[in-house]
Design a protein around this ligand. Structure first.
Ligand SMILES: Cc1cc2nc3c(=O)[nH]c(=O)nc-3n(C[C@H](O)[C@H](O)[C@H](O)COP(=O)(O)O)c2cc1C
Length: 225
């Protein structure tokens, strides 16, 4: 099956892309309203982009009624935000934060969450998050009349005690339990893991016949070289 994106609607593209590109990490983004209310909302058009500089990207679309989302407005106003990663414990509260609340209602309290001060910015992080990334806006660009692309420079990380070895900076992946977003309301855990090492050319290929090369290339993506 082949689908030309020029021949389908934006909604159909959304359906296809959000089902094909899975699982997506979830950023529970905290921002600060002008009156000091802490806002939190999840975004799965999100990823980290680079480490030097350390950048993260967010796809912020307008609400279905055409109004700008609070998160977008606050990032435009303040030039800073916090990306709080979502784990199993935080998943239900994350869903509550996606509900459409009036601007003066703090999702954080309604979701039963609390906030803690950030290291460098005024916007607080979500205390219950396993990992939080403090961001200063690198760039926020209006891509279309109803969508912004925000790029944040990550200037600090906070992690729950026991997640990161302070000497090696390695995460304990048995202690970290992030959830990913699949299509629509379905999510996944990340505890079905496997190891895959990258073969070295030419050493790991030298005694292979052309047929074995073929088999190796087909099998290795599934972790069974
Ligand atoms: C798991 C999840 C992922 C979401 N990802 C996005 C996204 O990438 N972009 C977006 O504009 N809205 C996304 N939403 C919807 C927003 O979270 C929702 O519109 C929220 O109410 C916005 O809140 P705000 O007005 O406080 O910013 C997502 C919702 C959920 C539950």
């Amino acid at each position: 099956m082949q689908i030309d994106f020029g021949n389908i609607t934006a909604h159909e593209r959304y359906k296809l892309l959000t089902a094909a590109v899975v699982p997506r990490p979830i950023a529970l983004v905290s921002t600060l309203a002008p009156d000091g209310t802490v806002n939190a909302a999840p975004f799965s058009f999100f990823n980290v982009f680079s480490e030097d500089p350390a950048l993260a990207v967010l796809g912020l679309q307008h609400a279905p009624d055409g109004t700008i989302k609070d998160t977008t407005r606050h990032i435009l106003d303040r030039g800073e935000f916090v990306i709080n990663l979502v784990d199993r414990q935080l998943a239900q509260a994350m869903a509550v934060c996606a509900a459409r609340f009036p601007a003066n209602i703090g999702e954080v309290e309604i979701a039963g969450l609390s906030v803690s001060g950030s290291q460098h910015i005024k916007t607080p992080r979500i205390t219950e998050a396993p990992v939080s990334l403090e961001c200063r806006t690198w760039e926020i660009r209006k891509i279309t009349p109803t969508r912004h692309l925000a790029i944040g420079e990550i200037i600090a990380l906070s992690a729950r005690d026991g997640l990161i070895d302070p000497e090696t900076l390695y995460f304990d992946m048995n202690a970290y339990d992030p959830v990913g977003r699949l299509v629509a309301n379905s999510y996944c855990h990340t505890d079905d893991r496997f190891e895959l090492s990258i073969p070295t050319w030419p050493d790991d290929f030298s005694d292979m016949t052309p047929d074995q090369h073929q088999t190796f290339n087909q099998a290795s993506p599934r972790g069974k070289p």
